[in-house]
Design a binder for this molecule. Structure first.
Ligand SMILES: Nc1ncnc2c1ncn2[C@@H]1O[C@H](COP(=O)(O)OP(=O)(O)OP(=O)(O)O)[C@@H](O)[C@H]1O
Ligand SMILES: [Mg+2]
Length: 268
């Protein structure tokens, strides 16, 4: 059965995209057929894998996730109806395919807010390709609106990246309650695969206290691995590479340890 992981947090800038992209790259490098689905209108996961020029070309010819939601756009997919296998961009990394995102998702809640089964449009669109993949990784925007709900509706698991600072640590409990409630409403089990400390900066007494508080409050849910703040993460994004294709051994080790721990949690 395909394992589907959503990367979620209500807080922005905590490293959701960096984690989604590099976890997908790790899975691909280790022989798992992987699909990365970018559900964020900011299109950050997409631009971490391909250039804006390549995206623009693909969007015109084959469409984006917006087409899968039926948010038609005159420039997209040459106005034709589009299936998942058209939209998927093959081999952005070894063994990793991509469903690119689209800026038009910014208004998706208005566009499809009145549609029936609006939380399961992605599920319907990906139905025919799901079995082609061992692992699907969904990069979500920093909210729980329709793109995130559609990701959760196909997810077997979710992971919560969090920065060890005061503002980022707020709202985690609310997020987890809401995801649970959504799963309950949809009669669909979504397992919490853990909370991961991300963008961990230089040690300071205050940060150490925040980390200790998080580990205490969410004991049992916090992953052991931590992703440190390293410039290579941003640099790799700009080069459309994963950290595994870069030279920073510490960053590689951290993302490897995290990915291994997460795969165990996913039962892979
Ligand atoms: N471990 C890291 N070390 C250094 N920079 C990082 C790290 N993780 C992410 N970044 C950088 O921090 C910024 C925010 O990270 P990212 O886009 O992954 O966060 P996000 O939670 O997905 O944000 P958003 O909520 O806006 O989607 C980006 O510029 C990214 O390159
Ligand atoms: Mg992001």
């Amino acid at each position: 059965m395909t394992v589907v992981l959503s990367c979620v947090n209500l807080k922005g800038g905590v490293g959701k995209t960096a984690i989604a992209v590099n976890f997908a790259a790790y899975c691909g490098e280790n022989g798992y057929k992987t699909l990365l689905v970018d559900l964020d209108p900011q299109t950050n996961a997409t631009f971490s894998c391909i250039s804006p020029e390549a995206w623009s070309k693909h969007r015109k010819k084959h469409g984006t996730v917006a087409d899968l939601f039926g948010v038609r756009n005159s420039e997209s997919a040459e106005g034709k109806s589009t299936s998942a296998s058209d939209v998927i961009l093959r081999s952005v990394f070894a063994n990793v395919d991509l469903v690119p995102s689209d800026l038009s998702l910014f208004t998706i809640d208005l566009d499809i807010g009145g549609r029936s089964a609006r939380e399961t449009l992605l599920k319907k669109a990906l139905k025919d390709v799901m079995d082609d993949y061992d692992i699907i990784v969904c990069d979500c925007p920093p909210n729980l609106t329709l793109p995130t709900q559609n990701a959760l509706a196909i997810s077997t698991h979710y992971v919560v990246p969090v920065s060890p600072d005061f503002l980022s640590s707020l709202g985690i409990a609310l997020l987890m309650t809401r995801v649970e409630k959504f799963g309950d409403d949809m009669e669909h089990a979504i397992e919490n695969a853990g909370i991961v400390l991300s963008r961990v900066g230089r040690p300071s007494a205050f940060r150490d206290q925040t980390t200790a508080d998080l580990r205490k409050q969410f004991a049992g849910q916090m992953l052991k691995a931590e992703i440190k703040e390293r410039s290579v993460v941003t640099e790799s994004t700009a080069k459309n590479k994963s950290v595994f294709q870069m030279g920073d051994q510490q960053a590689k080790q951290e993302f490897t340890a995290f990915s291994k721990e997460l795969l165990k949690k996913l039962g892979v």
